[in-house]
Design a protein around this ligand. Structure first.
Ligand SMILES: O=C(O)C1=C[C@@H](OP(=O)(O)O)[C@@H](O)[C@H](O)C1
Ligand SMILES: C=C(OP(=O)(O)O)C(=O)O
Length: 447
């Protein structure tokens, strides 16, 4: 057995992953994207200075840091693991800015709401795919209470032009079935609107991705604002609450990023331990480990770590994955190693993320030999007897690249052929060192 070598130093057009016979080891996770970007914005809106430990360093957090800087928020990086943000107490020093949001939903959606409420003259735009990701429900909710947000391209999508409106909001309403990030954005901006009267945000119809709202409420609480919750249908912020710095805050490891390593341990031996998330996590994606347990994997949990160990062939799964849409992609690829057909249900939101993930996942799983049924909101995966080596397209979607590294795990006797992953650098959205970290747990044996 030999250790696979880190291979991604110069961002090649593709990476060839040799068949991996066994995985084992421990991985220190990068910071949670969802917590990092919320924390940055809340720290900027707070009174006082916030020291942030273990912020994620990736494309998505860079665009948030860049935007805050352009808005006149001062921040410094003290060392590799420590940032300091000087809050401006709900104001923004700079009232005109052109902001590049990349493809970061956790940046553009909350910033749109905050900027519309604070007021100024701002444009927000991103990469081409960002201009195809919906934002109309959020814009409608804000404009209905007096915000002035216009589309400069296709109605319903970024780019946006935000001008100073006159917001009078005591009741707002937002649809919850396209992205929970719209509700998150309104919740985070609500204390800025609730100066002398309560603000209630009602959710129209079904709310998807609910655990992400729990992350939002948890972090708002840490920054001094409590939200009254009427189930999942209404949220009220009482007046007079202002964001106040908690002093310092630690960003947990990313639970979605954990899914690849836990799945690797589940498929190819293990144990693999992820460090940085565990029983204490506020991220819904830790429930990925529950899905692995249903698939017959042995999971052990500590307060700040989770470990997965394989028990032979995975059991096929049929489940609703609405609560963990990101980590569910990892289940779709793990399903290649199951003893029958797996069905992932209630995942329509996949279609409006970094790519149309239902279509992309179906196409690429077929390349390795799976039989796949792609529904409007579900995916059914029947594994092949033996995985075919393939060239995997990643659609500028970090999760496609990370998920398909798992297809190099040679649980199915395919020998000597590499799995090629095109455009591996797309992992930089949330996990720039992903392939090096994966290589650290992979043991290859070609003979
Ligand atoms: O609020 C968040 O941090 C996120 C919410 C989810 O999006 P949707 O609510 O659009 O499903 C998730 O897919 C995304 O990666 C992060
Ligand atoms: C959907 C994702 O990102 P975003 O925060 O841009 O929505 C994701 O990371 O899988």
């Amino acid at each position: 057995m030999s250790q696979a070598k880190p291979q991604l130093k110069h961002f090649p057009e593709h990476i060839d992953l040799e068949p991996v016979m066994h995985v084992e080891g421990s991985v220190r996770l990068p910071g949670s994207k969802s917590i990092s970007n919320r924390t940055l914005l809340l720290a900027a809106l707070s009174e006082g200075t916030t020291t942030i430990h273990d912020l994620l360093a990736s494309d998505d957090t860079l665009v948030m840091l860049g935007a805050l800087q352009k808005l006149g928020i001062r921040w410094e990086q003290l060392d590799e693991r420590t940032h300091v943000v000087h809050g401006a107490g709900g104001a923004l020093p700079i009232h005109e800015a052109d902001l590049f949001m990349g493809n970061a939903g956790t940046a553009i959606r909350p910033l749109t709401a905050a900027l519309a409420v604070i007021g100024g003259d701002y444009t927000l735009h991103g990469v081409q795919r960002m201009h195809e990701r919906p934002i109309g429900d959020l814009v409608d909710a804000l404009n209905a209470v007096g915000a002035q947000i216009d589309y400069t391209g296709t109605p319903g999508y970024p780019p946006l032009r935000i001008r100073r409106g006159h917001i009078v909001a005591s009741r707002m309403s937002v649809r919850g079935n396209v992205s929970s990030q719209f509700l998150t954005a309104l919740l985070m901006a609500a204390p800025l609107m609730a100066k002398d009267h309560p603000v209630t945000i009602e959710v129209e119809g079904e709310l998807i991705s609910k655990p992400y709202i729990e992350i939002t409420l948890n972090l708002m609480r840490r920054f001094g604002v409590t939200v009254e919750q009427d189930g999942w249908s209404a949220f009220t912020v009482q007046p007079g609450q202002r964001y106040r710095t908690p002093g310092s805050i630690h960003v947990e490891g990313d639970a979605s990023s954990a899914s690849y390593f836990l799945a690797a341990g589940a498929i190819a031996g293990g144990p693999v331990r992820v460090e940085g998330v565990g029983r204490d996590s506020i991220q819904g994606d830790v429930r990925f480990a529950d899905a692995l347990e249903q698939m017959g994997v042995t999971i052990t949990r500590g307060d700040t770590w989770i470990e997965a160990r394989s028990n032979g062939v995975l059991k096929a799964i049929d489940a609703d994955f609405n609560h963990i849409p990101d980590a569910a992609m990892t289940i779709a690829v793990a399903a290649l190693y199951a003893d029958g057909t797996s069905t992932l249900r209630n995942i329509a939101s996949w279609r409006v993320k970094e790519t149309d993930r239902l279509a992309a996942m179906a196409t690429e799983l077929r390349k390795v030999g799976a039989t796949v049924e792609e529904g409007a909101d579900y995916l059914r995966v029947t594994p092949p007897a033996e995985l075919q080596p393939a060239t995997i397209d990643t659609y500028d979607d970090h999760r496609m690249a990370m998920c398909f590294s798992l297809a190099s795990l040679d649980g199915k006797a395919r020998r000597g052929n590499a799995m090629r992953i095109n455009d591996p650098k797309c992992v930089a959205k949330t996990f720039p060192d992903y392939f090096e970290t994966f290589a650290g747990i992979a043991k290859t044996d070609l003979f």
